[in-house]
Write a protein that binds this ligand. Structure first.
Ligand code: TEU
Ligand code: CA
Length: 553
């Protein structure tokens, strides 16, 4: 059966933190197999699995050493095959995470390059330094420090936009592109029906110049040959199979480029992740600061992407979080009194938008940010680097820690909270301690509890996912923003084939009178996060804290 990705929902799994079946403290592929019925109950169509290929795990698998084999910590090829087959039995397809901007420096290609083999040296960006011996450009690594690493025996530097153990691949070399195609075909032959491409808009680099106005990103983001390379990849691999769905992770991209990346007829990708709406608590591009969420900006960015992508027949992936982001209920909602209401409200906003929604493991049960109080509890290379960088800039250790607590990617990486037992059921209680600490709130926030409570966040997400399948207006409709200037309300209207949907949310934890609310007489409320229904009267809707309602006609 051909899937319609506009009606589909994707569930993202970070296997290391999902479920550990052999008690070594690390989640594994058998853990994913064991939880397929849980995922099936949520009603999703795809599972996006973050990388589990052979890797030194300096960036938790985004540093791939061998794309054809499974890291033994996660399992075996037989486990992967079983997972694909077992998911298929449940009508769920697998989407694999392909990291092709860079490889681990342990990868054979890089090892051969370092041995001096010119064929493989040209797989990477080795460049001479400036005349004074300093790095070829002033570009900064996304994880802090210079993006160039000096190699004494060549008296050259190699480029690494991420960790020093993640060397950037030279896509201008046709042999690199051929190798990438080979890898994709290998996994397509195994029955993989989806791909997520890591930072794929960074693969085309031409101008190696100092950036006097930024960290270098403008020289390698959405680069000159990017569309050419994506069209070529599409034609040579997944484009031959109409059932395959693809999503590109687009770092600091522009909307104009995304019309191309994810256009209906552009033959590049099915859809894109963009991140501008998740920088509304940054200072410009600077993440390592404490700035409150700018709600006006959030709405503006989300509506802009919604309406303009629609105008250009292009498709968004819609989401609040992933393994690189803090937990949405902590970031945009309320971990305390209105935990449940705010988690449901956030789900409502994303799941009724035009695009394909992504649910990140634990989001469906309202998992929160970590409760870590000491830097030794953090694991992420980026967090550890910036904890140091912030102090080098003069911040006190406690101020640096506070910033890391708020923004760390580890907020999204603590173990999935399955039940109230020790280690939250992630690892058997007699197993080794999990690789990263379990949030102590698992006693209250866990899947077991929510499965048996019909009013839980889990069941609300399940209904949202089902609603997209039921109502064509959600999957196919156009979108019109409402209340654009309102300081508290996030609302929009969808329309398709004579049907209308009105989505209205109070983004804050206080009662609010929305003046200018639409007339919903003749509509039916199809979902909402308060059991007692109220509606706008004479253009005013009295909204309760974090109230969300969706009306359909
Ligand atoms: O992330 C790309 C990326 O640039 C960000 O999400 C990054 O984590 C953030 O900007 C830092 O502040 C992808 C993967 O999702 C991430 O886990 C990997 O670490 C990264 O690529 C490198 O492969
Ligand atoms: Ca394990």
């Amino acid at each position: 059966m051909k899937r319609d990705f506009r009606k589909s929902t994707v569930y993202q799994i970070y296997p290391k933190s999902f479920c550990d079946t052999n008690g070594d403290g690390l989640g594994d592929l058998r853990g994913v197999i064991n939880k397929l019925d849980y995922i099936k109950e949520l009603g999703v169509d795809y599972i996006w699995l973050t990388p589990f290929f052979v890797s030194p795990q300096n960036d938790n698998g985004y540093d791939v050493e061998d794309y054809y084999n499974i890291d033994p910590r996660y399992g075996t090829m037989a486990d992967v095959e079983e997972l694909i087959a077992e998911a298929d039995k449940r009508g769920i397809r697998l989407m694999f995470d392909m990291v092709f901007n860079h490889v681990s420096t342990n990868h054979e290609w890089f090892q051969k390059a370092m041995a001096g083999d010119p064929y493989y040296k040209d797989f990477f960006f080795f460049r001479k330094g400036k005349t004074d011996g300093s790095a070829p450009t002033n570009w900064e690594s996304k994880f802090g420090g210079s993006a160039w690493e000096y190699v004494e025996k060549f008296d050259e530097y190699y480029l690494h936009l991420f960790d020093v153990t993640q060397a950037d691949l030279n896509w201008d070399n046709e042999n690199v592109r051929k190798e990438v195609q080979k890898i994709l075909r290998f996994w397509m032959d195994k029955g993989v029906k989806g791909f997520r491409f890591d930072v794929i808009n960074l693969i085309s680099k031409e101008a190696f110049e100092d950036d006097t106005a930024g960290d270098g990103r403008r020289f390698y983001t959405d680069g000159p040959n990017i569309h050419k390379y994506l069209k070529e990849l599409n034609e040579a691999t997944f484009g031959t199979d109409a059932e395959i769905v693809t999503v590109g992770e687009m770092s600091s991209t522009s909307i104009e480029n995304c019309y191309q990346y994810a256009g209906r007829d552009t033959h590049e990708l099915s859809m894109v992740f963009s991140f501008h709406h998740l920088k509304v608590d940054f200072m410009g591009n600077e993440k390592w600061v404490l700035v409150p969420v700018d709600f006006g900006k959030l709405k503006h960015i989300m509506f802009e992407w919604q309406t303009k992508m629609a105008e250009h027949n292009a498709w968004n992936a819609v989401f609040w979080c992933n393994h690189d982001q803090p937990r949405p209920v902590s970031r945009f909602g309320d971990e305390g009194k209105y935990w449940k209401e705010s988690a449901k409200m956030l789900g409502t906003i994303v799941h009724c938008l035009r695009g394909t929604p992504y649910v990140y493991q634990g989001e469906e049960i309202g998992m929160t940010n970590t409760d870590f109080t000491d830097i030794s509890q953090f694991r992420d290379v980026e967090s550890l680097n910036y904890y140091q960088i912030l102090q080098d800039k003069g911040l006190s250790a406690s101020d640096a820690l506070r910033i890391v607590q708020i923004h760390s990617r580890d907020n999204g990486r603590t173990p999935m909270q399955w039940d109230a037992s020790e280690y939250a059921g992630f690892t058997a209680a007699d197993g080794t301690e999990p690789w990263i600490g379990v949030n102590s709130n698992h006693i209250r926030v866990n899947a077991a509890e929510q499965l048996s409570d019909p009013d839980s966040i889990f069941h609300y997400y399940r209904k949202l996912i089902a609603l997209r399948k039921e109502l064509d207006v959600i999957a196919y409709g156009g979108i019109t923003p409402l209340a654009e200037k309102d300081p508290c309300v996030f609302a929009y209207e969808r329309e398709y084939d004579g049907h209308k949907l009105i989505v209205a949310c109070n983004f804050y934890g206080k009662d609010y009178e929305w003046k200018g609310a639409p007339d919903v007489s003749g509509y039916k409320r199809v979902i909402g996060n308060y059991s007692a229904e109220t509606t706008p009267e004479n253009g005013v809707w009295k909204m309760r804290p974090y109230e969300a309602a969706v009306w359909y006609r």
